[in-house]
Design a protein around this ligand. Structure first.
Ligand code: SAM
Length: 258
């Protein structure tokens, strides 16, 4: 991890000054918890220009409009969620390997799926597939509480450090099979699957509140899938088919149930 991965401008200038001194001394530093009021500092985050270019070129130019989503994408430094050797490519328009045969999603896909969730700030969101934790961080900027499940323990463990560095207090991670959801925290206002499944896992449907929505890549693994938004209206599925996508497969129980 680099000496300092993120500087944030804060109203508390003493914290910023303290971090700047640590930077000069090559001591790691992250400013603490009240991250919701913070803004990335143009002068001190070496990736901020690349991030802003990505936002213009890959998000706004392709139709991402929600100002809150764009602000969250500007806030979350993707470079701290990717392995060191891919850091320079952090703002490329593509997924990147994160180990264990998995990938961090393309920034556009993260923004697009997040926009589809229509988050206003108070929601309880369930994410299936924590991966690097990048999407989790974007969701946590926009929702009240984010519960995220990852089936590969090593990835869930690795995601903890960057999320802690950013000071999030509204994220809970769990290692397990997301097929079964997280009953103790249900019902959820929104559920996001970041791995493809040929059908909605039944427990997730039950854990979605009335009026809630699921965003997921629907389809067979290793083929093009349909990104869909499914709303629960009067207990029934109302499905919108959106764009074509290619995601890694949801593993675990769903594969045994076919
Ligand atoms: N959004 C993530 C990010 O920003 O890094 C990338 C997610 S990656 C495309 C999909 C993730 O889903 C992988 O980390 C994979 O291990 C996980 N996954 C696959 N099947 C799962 C399951 N049944 N339960 C929980 N996680 C699962």
């Amino acid at each position: 991890m680099s000496t300092i991965t993120l500087f944030l401008r804060t109203k508390n200038s003493r914290s910023l000054l303290f971090c700047a001194i640590l930077f000069l001394l090559h001591i790691p530093c992250a400013l603490p918890a009240a991250q919701r009021d913070l803004r990335p500092s143009e002068t001190l985050d070496p990736f901020l220009t690349a991030r802003r270019t990505m936002i213009e070129r890959d998000l706004k130019a392709r139709g991402i409009k929600d100002a809150r989503v764009l602000a969250a994408m500007e806030f979350v430094p993707r470079q701290i969620f990717v392995p060191e050797k891919f850091r320079a490519a952090a703002y490329d328009d593509r997924p990147l390997p994160i180990g264990e045969g998995q990938t961090i999603s393309q920034p556009y896909i993260v923004a697009y799926m997040t926009e589809l969730l229509e988050l206003k700030g108070t929601e309880k969101v369930l994410e299936i597939g924590t991966g690097s934790g990048y999407q989790t961080a974007v969701l946590a900027r926009l929702a009240g509480m984010v519960y995220s499940i990852e089936i590969i323990a090593a990835l869930s463990e690795r995601a903890k450090a960057p999320l802690a560095e950013l000071g999030f207090t509204n994220i809970q991670l769990k290692v397990g099979d997301g097929f079964f959801g997280w009953q103790d925290n249900a019902p959820f206002d929104a559920i996001l699957l970041t791995a493809a499944s040929p059908k909605i896992p039944e427990p997730l449907w039950r854990q979605l509140r009335e009026g809630g929505r699921i965003i997921m890549p629907l389809g067979e693994p290793r083929q093009t899938q349909k990104l869909v938004r499914i709303r629960k209206l009067a207990g029934k599925e109302v499905t919108e088919a959106l764009s074509e996508v290619v995601f890694v497969p949801l593993t675990g129980a769903i594969q045994r149930s076919r």
